[in-house]
Design a binder for this molecule. Structure first.
Ligand SMILES: Cc1cc2nc3c(=O)[nH]c(=O)nc-3n(C[C@H](O)[C@H](O)[C@H](O)COP(=O)(O)O)c2cc1C
Length: 187
């Protein structure tokens, strides 16, 4: 099949659409939707966020040294889009959307109670890349709605129905295709 070379871009699909909550020492809290979010390390558990310095959340996260990555399920599609198109400089997004701040165990920033899973993180490094800075965060606690957990106590993707993003559009997950390592198992 013929292939075409395209202009270099961030066409690495799919991306998670996450709602990152953050705050300052005066108790101001905010939510920013991010798709430039990834997993970076297992031991210690580390995640990354790519954030433009112009975002209101950028200063909150840099100054406080912490953030919470909340995984919205597909029912929170509208809220996630709103938090990615409205600045906390002028709007209290928790109040505007009726979202509930939930106390975190290891960071001062609240999580979002309506999100089934929240990863509490301490900022370990900030790397300047260009349009975005890369925040490397160590995951120091995870809180999960028990309805998001399967029988083994593990986070169950089918139950949380994570919001997926790519190419300017929102998606949901399709069906499960297999389990890790299945190709090496004897039939
Ligand atoms: C789906 C989606 C993904 C986004 N991903 C990013 C991102 O990865 N990095 C970023 O800096 N902004 C991203 N944005 C834009 C910010 O969320 C947006 O500018 C937001 O209003 C900033 O809020 P704040 O000023 O309260 O921090 C995204 C927006 C949407 C809707």
């Amino acid at each position: 099949m013929a292939r075409t070379n395209l202009k270099p871009s961030t066409s690495l699909y799919p991306q998670p659409a996450v709602m990152v909550s953050c705050g300052d020492i005066d108790g101001k809290k905010n939510i920013i939707t991010l798709a430039w979010a990834g997993v970076a390390c297992s031991e210690p558990p580390m995640v990354t966020l790519g954030i433009r310095p112009q975002r209101f959340s950028y200063g909150l996260i840099k100054d406080s040294g912490e953030f919470v990555v909340n995984l919205p399920g597909t029912p929170l599609l509208r809220e996630a889009d709103f938090c990615g198109n409205t600045s906390g400089r002028t709007v209290d997004k928790f109040a505007a959307l009726g979202l509930t701040p939930s106390p975190s165990a290891k960071v001062k920033a609240p999580g979002i109670a309506e999100c089934p899973v929240s990863l509490e993180c301490w900022v370990r490094e900030v790397i300047h890349l260009g349009s975005h800075d890369l925040f490397v965060g160590e995951v120091v606690n995870i809180s999960a709605d028990e309805r998001a957990l399967g029988d083994s106590g593990k986070i169950d993707l089918a139950r949380i129905s994570p919001l997926v993003y790519g190419g300017g559009d929102y998606w949901e997950l399709g069906k499960k295709l297999g389990i890790y390592g299945f190709s090496k198992k004897k039939a």
